[in-house]
Design a protein around this ligand. Structure first.
Ligand code: PMP
Length: 305
């Protein structure tokens, strides 16, 4: 994987090789950090990079900070500005992934959130497809359960919580699957290892509510809006049973990294006809144009660098 060129680190933009922390750093030891994941897409015709919904990502990032008792004295707007500054310096002419990370930077021993120094870093690096089979993914139901909001706040993007996502992903990958769906403690479908889930049932688009321990995905929100406005679909947020995903007509995973990934098999059971369905196909096409700044109706989601 390519390394970042530069990083915003300790208040200024420095070469990536200078953005280093000590091994006693609190966040490295205890997972006391929060992060974001934002993509920017290169538009060949306009010769520009477009960042997708950075302010919405930063709003969620600041909420994650609050959940972890971090005081970042920045707004979604100023974080977006800072990101644009970094990207102008990086001068990438390809699709990239941007990673803001706020972390407890204190060096020493002691598990807590209070009375600790904290810092903010942002870096970007070239990034392509996250799931190779993104039009024919085969997923399994993980034997791990989704973290509960009363264990680690599920709507926060908290670094420590991703130890759970990593277990989910690696066990699925080693068993030969592209991804895994993870159930809540009550046994309802929550999401994938790092993506939300939406299914088509009886012609409607159905997705778990934000109170079912999901991350409040920006892609999920965008896809729900596109489905309603552009495909005229009814979109329903409700709890989903495990057995529903075996018999639904279509199944998609959404995320900044996964974009819109179409699932065609769950635990060896074909979804619908076992190939990408019409709604998944149309949403992928629509969303790909929107991401690259090629759909003027959604231009407000694209921030040009
Ligand atoms: N769930 C989890 C656990 C995630 O890490 C992500 C990726 N940020 C998502 C869902 C999808 O969220 P988004 O569309 O905002 O990237």
């Amino acid at each position: 994987m390519d390394l970042p060129k530069n990083a915003y680190f300790q208040g200024k933009i420095v070469p990536y090789s200078e953005a280093k922390v000590g091994v006693a750093t609190h966040a490295l030891n205890y997972g006391t950090a929060v992060f974001g994941g934002i993509r920017a897409y290169w538009n060949d015709e306009k010769e520009r990079l477009f960042v997708f919904r950075p302010q919405d990502h930063y709003q969620r990032f600041l909420n994650s900070c609050r959940l972890m008792c971090m005081e970042v004295d920045k707004t979604a707007e100023s974080l977006t500005e800072l990101t644009l500054e970094l990207l102008r310096k990086d001068a990438y002419r390809q699709d990239i992934y941007i990673r803001p990370l706020a972390y407890k930077s204190e060096e020493g021993i002691g598990v807590r959130l209070h009375d600790l120094k904290e810092d903010l870093t942002i870096f970007a690096l070239p990034f392509g497809k996250y799931i190779k089979n993104d039009t024919s993914a085969h997923v399994t139901i993980s034997s791990w359960r989704r973290i509960d909001d009363n264990v680690i706040p599920a709507r926060g993007k908290i670094s420590g919580a991703y130890a759970s996502s990593a277990l989910i992903k690696t066990d699925a990958a080693r068993a030969g699957f592209d991804e895994a769906l993870v159930l809540t403690q009550e046994g309802h479908v929550a999401e994938g290892s790092a993506m939300n889930i939406l299914m088509v049932r009886d012609g409607m688009l159905v997705t778990p509510p934000i109170t079912d321990n999901i991350l409040e995905g920006i892609t999920r929100r965008s896809v729900m809006e596109l489905a309603r406005n552009e495909l005229g679909l009814t979109v329903v947020e409700r709890t989903i049973d495990r057995s529903e995903v075996y018999i639904c007509e279509e199944l998609i995973l959404t995320g900044t990294a996964a974009e819109i990934t179409v699932v065609t098999k769950v635990d060896y059971r074909p979804i619908g006809k076992g190939v990408m369905g019409p709604i998944g196909g149309q949403l992928r096409q629509l969303f790909s144009d929107v991401l690259r700044g090629k759909n003027p109706k959604y231009a407000h989601w694209n921030v040009a660098v």
